[in-house]
Design a protein around this ligand. Structure first.
Ligand SMILES: [Zn+2]
Ligand SMILES: [Zn+2]
Ligand SMILES: [Zn+2]
Length: 392
């Protein structure tokens, strides 16, 4: 993610900030320009559903008045909505179908954490210009149900399983509880389990439907990930009974990815978003990385580009490997687990190249220069060669 700054006083602020600590101005997020903006009150306006609400001028987009998303009242969102919009919710909150009963204090705390992760995921999806229809715009548009497990309220009912179906992402809100999430991570033998990771994974299933299911690229998908027509339920049962094959790290980014080609795609998609977002953060700090190894590189890798507009996947991979070597070592110096404990083998990189190609194929590519467009064509050619070559 970028570094944000208050436009009025230059104070660095975070993506989630609602007020500047230095000049005290209100802050809100403007997704159309991907900026946190300092605000000046500009009066009030009426909305049939919201009634009167305060409006603001935004420093990051002069000439347009805004009001806050309706979820700002719950301190669950800091995104802005244009004053004249008929929507009461912002670009990310309008996808919510069910939120838990917020009169229960514990639910409110968990929901805020869930929204924070969901908003970060939307940041990436919007930066990548991906199509994001809501349920109001399409019956299979992207929607979220955030549900409380019946057992938590001493009720009878099937447990809430986190997952995706036809655009609807269901999340058990117990995943926002650190103790519970860590318990599940241990139970499932995972290296990594976070709310942001859940969202990035589940939305990968959604984008498989949108970008692959009915597209000629499904042939390439099957060559790389396997035949997704195999019985999904049986494949998951087998995975939970037998675990991943011992050599899974050669071909899969995680053990869970071995369970079914859909899960492999969703895991790869999630890693693509992890990589792009983390490289953007490194780029915002203009990190130079040169491990001082014997016979190591003489020049540092300089991370100074926008990974959302880099058609050459190899460029991302080239900086990702030394960057993760450095940040994993830093984490261990603090007694923490490695930040990115995953291996990117040639087979995994070929799958990432498929995700990369699908994203660039669907987005508006007019922003890419001719050189980048050439590179993208080369990525697609390289992908075909990788699929054609055995043992990758
Ligand atoms: Zn300020
Ligand atoms: Zn919102
Ligand atoms: Zn999944």
């Amino acid at each position: 993610m970028k570094i944000f700054q208050c436009q009025a006083c230059d104070q660095p602020v975070s993506f989630e900030s609602t007020a500047c600590e230095s000049c005290q101005r209100r802050l809100g997020y403007l997704c159309e320009v991907h900026e946190v903006s300092a605000l000046e009150p500009s009066g009030h306006s009426g909305h049939p559903q919201m009634g009167q609400s305060q409006t603001f001028h935004a420093y990051a987009r002069p000439g347009q008045k805004y009001r806050f998303c309706a979820n700002a009242h719950q301190a669950a969102c800091n995104w802005l909505v244009p004053e004249e919009s008929r929507e009461i919710f912002c670009r990310t909150c309008r996808h919510n179908r069910v939120v838990p009963d917020l009169a229960v204090g514990w639910n409110l705390t968990r929901w805020r954490q869930i929204e924070a992760a969901k908003h970060r995921m939307f940041y990436s999806l919007l930066r990548l210009d991906l199509p994001l229809p809501s349920r109001a715009e399409s019956p299979t548009g992207l929607a979220f149900d955030f549900l409380v497990d019946p057992a938590e309220s001493f009720l009878i009912g099937p447990p809430v399983l986190t997952g995706h179906r036809d655009g609807l992402i269901t999340l058990n809100i117990a995943e926002a509880d650190d103790v519970e999430r860590e318990r599940r991570r241990m139970l499932f033998g995972e290296y990594y389990r976070t709310l942001l990771g859940h969202f990035r994974h589940e939305v990968g299933h959604y984008f498989w439907n949108v970008l692959v299911r009915d597209d000629p690229s499904r042939v390439t998908f099957r060559a790389l990930f396997g035949d997704e027509s195999q019985d999904y339920g049986a494949a998951l049962q087998r995975h939970y009974a037998q675990g991943a094959p011992p050599d899974w790290e050669e071909s899969y980014v995680s053990a869970y990815a071995t369970s079914h080609p859909w899960e492999d795609f969703a895991e790869t998609w999630a890693h693509y978003l992890h990589i792009v977002d983390t490289i953007e953060t490194a780029s915002a700090f203009e990190l130079h990385v040169r491990p001082r190894l014997r016979h190591g590189p003489s020049e540092p890798v300089v991370i100074d580009f926008d990974p959302h507009r880099t058609a050459d996947l190899d460029r991302l991979i080239e900086v990702w490997l030394p960057l993760t070597y450095a940040v994993n070592s830093l984490a261990r110096s603090m007694g923490q687990a490695a930040l990115y404990p995953f291996k990117l083998t040639p087979a995994v990189i070929a799958k990432l190249a498929f995700v990369h190609e699908r994203i660039y194929a669907v987005r508006a590519t007019e922003g890419l220069g001719e050189a980048d467009a050439d590179i993208l064509r080369a990525v697609i050619r390289g992908l075909r060669n990788r699929v054609a070559a055995p043992n990758v």
